[in-house]
Design a protein around this ligand. Structure first.
Ligand SMILES: CCCCCCCCCCCCCC(=O)SCCNC(=O)CCNC(=O)[C@H](O)C(C)(C)COP(=O)(O)OP(=O)(O)OC[C@H]1O[C@@H](n2cnc3c(N)ncnc32)[C@H](O)[C@@H]1OP(=O)(O)O
Length: 194
């Protein structure tokens, strides 16, 4: 045993999240953090093409339309794809905190099936921060932004530096990303906290 606490409940010493003063304004489209990202990248033909916007406080909203390429059972979204949509929406909270964080733990509830063609209306918010640990929740609704919750998640993201990707990513993609001025602008936008 490593002694690691794997719970998704913030410890008593955790503090409320703080919206970064330079965070995009509520309603602003956040764009993709990486063109080849399966969740949000425009360059991924079978990706989710999820579009997220900044919300009030430390929150975001997003939309994703389930495509035929996202099926698990006939005519229904694959659960892993729905988990990805939740994960990507939670990841978009990075833009509002202006830190780079990756998913450490993601717990997902699937409450109702989501047919192909459905627009999933997602919302995510940070609930607490403790050191590098960022606690957050997300929901995905169908039938409109106020429709019933079809999927929901609780997550723990861990703050990392850009070196995390340089050390672990495949050199071809890392070198291409580092040579791309748009990608460097995104990395700099997150790394405002030294
Ligand atoms: C060029 C780049 C551009 C920008 C790109 C933007 C990318 C955005 C992408 C968004 C895309 C969408 C999102 C995606 O899909 S992100 C992709 C999916 N996620 C990953 O690939 C992450 C893989 N995991 C790791 O790399 C490491 O394990 C990390 C970095 C997470 C931690 O390893 P590290 O060695 O750094 O830290 P540590 O081990 O000292 O732990 C630190 C603290 O955290 C606690 N802890 C850790 N893990 C867990 C856990 N599972 N449950 C509960 N707790 C956990 C731990 O107990 C400790 O707490 P405490 O003891 O201090 O209290």
């Amino acid at each position: 045993m490593s002694g690691r606490t794997t719970g998704l409940t913030p410890p008593d010493e955790a503090r409320p999240p703080v919206r970064h003063p330079d965070a995009p304004a509520p309603g602003e489209l956040l764009g993709s953090h990486y063109d080849q990202c399966f969740g949000c990248g425009a360059g991924q033909p079978h990706g989710l093409h999820l579009e997220a916007r900044a919300g009030e406080g430390v929150s975001v909203t997003a939309e994703f339309t389930v495509q035929p390429a996202h099926q698990g059972a006939p005519g229904l979204a694959h659960g892993g794809v729905l988990a990805t949509a939740l994960d990507e929406t939670l990841g978009a909270l990075n833009w509002v905190l202006r830190v780079i964080a990756v998913t450490g733990r993601l717990e997902t509830d699937f409450l109702s099936p989501v047919p192909v063609g459905t627009v999933l209306h997602l919302e995510a918010e940070v609930t607490a921060v403790h050191g590098r640990k960022i606690y957050s929740t997300a929901t995905g609704r169908i039938g409109g932004p106020d429709g019933p919750v079809a999927v929901r998640a609780q997550a723990l993201f861990i703050e990392v530096r850009v070196e995390h990707f340089i050390a672990n990513g495949r050199p071809d993609e890392i070198n291409a990303a580092l040579a791309d001025p748009d990608q460097l602008r995104v990395a700099r936008a997150f790394e405002v906290n030294p």
